[in-house]
Design a protein around this ligand. Structure first.
Ligand SMILES: *Cc1c(COP(=O)(O)O)cnc(C)c1O
Length: 397
């Protein structure tokens, strides 16, 4: 997955371009900047590649989720449905605006189970936030039907699946809003950065203002700009955007490499009767950043993961007891451990997750092993890896 593996001349010359102009900020300094607008350029490249009307760059994927929610008017006490298997950024972005993260089970897609989503809807629900984990996607068609039925927003977290698609649409563009992360370990990176894509002009305008202290960006005198509503600073810098300008040009090449490496590994494991692969919903095309598969039981999966590591197959993950990605280790959320007082809505409405039953998620995640697909592997390394994985996993029937 990590685009940093293949940094080259284009990244260097883009960054040098910004340093030569001397303007590291995305707004203002029109006279000084010699027509360098890297953030704007990257936003345009994103709208083209993702086939949406608008894109808004921000400082991180977490910021993108926060700004996306804020731009759609989500606030204190609103409930946002999110999966038990994701990254901590999901609930962080929801809590940041005083909204309530409602955890819901995942299924064999390793993403939101649509039936569980429908069960979790209350009169406070405003958003369904599927997270396209490990390169593949939620059943967006089913989720969209639910959102339409209950008049909810569909916000796609596509931070780990950029370049994948569903029913021919790039992931992130199917829902009302989509978010990407360009942090250091994502498929394409800015070092730090994130983006929101949407076809909704009002959300774009709100995201543009909100991510820059509420500035209305009218005219060419920053000091004179008005602030129609409260905002915050989630800006990306020109230096970061410049790296992204180089990387987005390479996205499709990266996807081709990922698909090639993924396919070699998958074909090697396919004959094993003890391995089944993560389900990709009908109409979905992965971005191939991970190969995820199920072993027969939780106990076997844990042992198989350890054995892969012992055999030198690195970068494989057993998510079930992972600190960052699975609800079981989110003790800080469960115990509401915050530095200061939480908004009263959160105190009152956050479910007691210590008592929740997510055994349906456990049944899938407990059996899952995911292996990262790297860009820098040579053909020999992939072949060797495939053979080793097959040999190790064959012992765990
Ligand atoms: C990386 C990631 C984020 C957050 O991105 P940052 O840029 O690191 O803040 C959000 N969601 C998912 C699924 C991610 O993998």
């Amino acid at each position: 997955m990590p685009g940093f593996e293949l940094f080259g001349e284009s990244e260097k010359s883009q960054v040098q371009d910004v340093l030569d102009s001397g303007v590291l900020m995305r707004y203002g300094f029109d006279g000084m900047r010699n027509n360098h607008w890297k953030a704007l350029e990257l936003e345009e490249a994103l709208t083209k590649r993702m086939n949406t009307k608008y894109a808004q760059l921000v400082s991180s994927g977490t910021a993108a989720l926060t700004v996306a929610l804020a731009s759609a008017g989500i606030g204190a006490g609103d409930e946002v449905i999110m999966p038990t298997f994701t990254f901590v950024a999901s609930f962080e972005s929801i809590l940041a605006i005083g909204a309530i993260p409602i955890l819901v089970d995942v299924d064999e897609t390793l993403t939101l189970n649509p039936a569980a989503v429908e069960n979790a809807i209350t009169d406070k629900t405003k958003v369904v936030m599927p997270v396209h984990m490990c390169g593949s996607m939620a059943d967006l068609k089913a989720l969209k039907a639910i959102c339409d039925k209950y008049n909810l927003l569909l916000l796609e977290d596509a931070c780990q699946a950029i370049g994948g698609s569903f029913e021919g649409k790039p992931l992130g563009s199917y829902g009302d809003l989509g978010c990407f992360s360009f942090d250091y370990v994502k498929t394409i990176t800015c070092g730090e950065g994130g983006a929101i894509i949407t076809n909704n002009e009002e959300y774009k305008t709100n995201a543009d203002h909100y991510s820059d202290h509420g500035h209305d960006h009218v005219g060419d005198n920053r000091g004179a700009e008005r602030h129609p509503f409260l905002g915050y600073n989630f800006r990306i810098s020109e230096l970061h955007a410049a790296v992204g300008c180089a990387q987005i040009e390479r996205l499709d090449d990266f996807l081709t490499i990922q698909k090639k490496n993924y396919t070699v590994l998958r074909n090697a494991l396919s004959p094993l009767s003890n391995i089944t692969f993560r389900k990709v919903p009908n109409g979905g095309v992965e971005n191939y950043s991970f190969l995820s598969f199920f072993l027969p039981t939780q106990e076997i999966a844990k042992k198989a993961h350890t054995a892969l590591g012992d055999a030198g197959v690195d970068a494989c993950f057993y998510w079930f007891d992972n600190n960052w990605h699975y609800y079981k280790e989110w003790e800080h959320l469960t115990s509401k451990k915050s530095l200061g007082k939480l908004p009263q809505e959160v105190v009152d409405q956050l479910p007691d997750y210590a008592k929740s039953d997510f055994s349906k998620s456990d049944a899938w995640i407990g059996r899952t092993v995911s292996c990262l697909i790297k860009l820098s592997w040579t053909e020999e390394q992939v072949a060797e890896r495939a053979a080793k994985m097959k040999e190790v996993l064959a012992k765990f029937s």
